[in-house]
Design a binder for this molecule. Structure first.
Ligand SMILES: [Ca+2]
Length: 175
């Protein structure tokens, strides 16, 4: 297991392997669950509808991650959750899935449960013993009732197989 993880780090860091992957190459490079494959194939179809070819950044398009903080690994010894970041997946015919708020970022838990938001970027941080993994996603300013270029960060916690995030933030004094 450790050797495989080390190999993945080496592949990730090795410039010889940098660049863009086709969906077929991504299937060989990563342990892709059927749900992840569905998301990628749906995007590929969207791109093909515009006569485009989809390519996936080999480092940032599909990222193994530990979104629930359980430390779980898949059979390749990688973190058992997956982030699919369409900010780093391109369609040759144009910006099919981009808007001013970024592009879809899908978070897939144990290959089985997915949630996604239009966002610029993401990060997983440790929050507390009770919340070992906190997903932070950079959203369009309007989501925070601001303007587009303002910073707006949404936090998401994964617990018991569900993605939890505030629906209404309800600040004090807003009543
Ligand atoms: Ca996990």
């Amino acid at each position: 297991m450790k050797r495989v993880a080390a190999l993945w780090l080496m592949l990730s860091a090795g410039s010889a392997f940098a660049g863009d992957l086709t969906i077929e190459q991504a299937m060989e490079r990563f342990e892709i669950s059927p749900l992840v494959a569905d998301i990628l194939h749906a995007a590929e179809a969207d791109c093909a509808a515009f006569d485009g070819t989809m390519t996936i950044d080999s480092h940032l398009g599909i990222v193994p991650a530990d979104l629930d903080g359980d430390g779980g690994q898949n059979s390749w010894g990688w973190p058992d959750d997956t982030v699919i970041n369409f900010n780093f997946i391109e369609c040759s015919s144009g910006p099919v899935w981009f808007n001013t708020g970024g592009a879809p970022i899908h978070f897939v838990l144990d290959g089985q449960v997915a949630a996604g938001w239009i966002a610029h970027d993401w990060q997983v941080v440790r929050f507390s013993d009770f919340v070992p993994a906190l997903i932070l996603i950079g959203r369009h300013g309007s989501v925070c009732d601001g303007y587009g270029a303002q910073s707006c960060v949404q936090a998401v916690v994964v617990q018991e197989g569900a993605f939890l995030t505030p629906v209404h933030a309800e600040p004090l004094g807003a009543q």
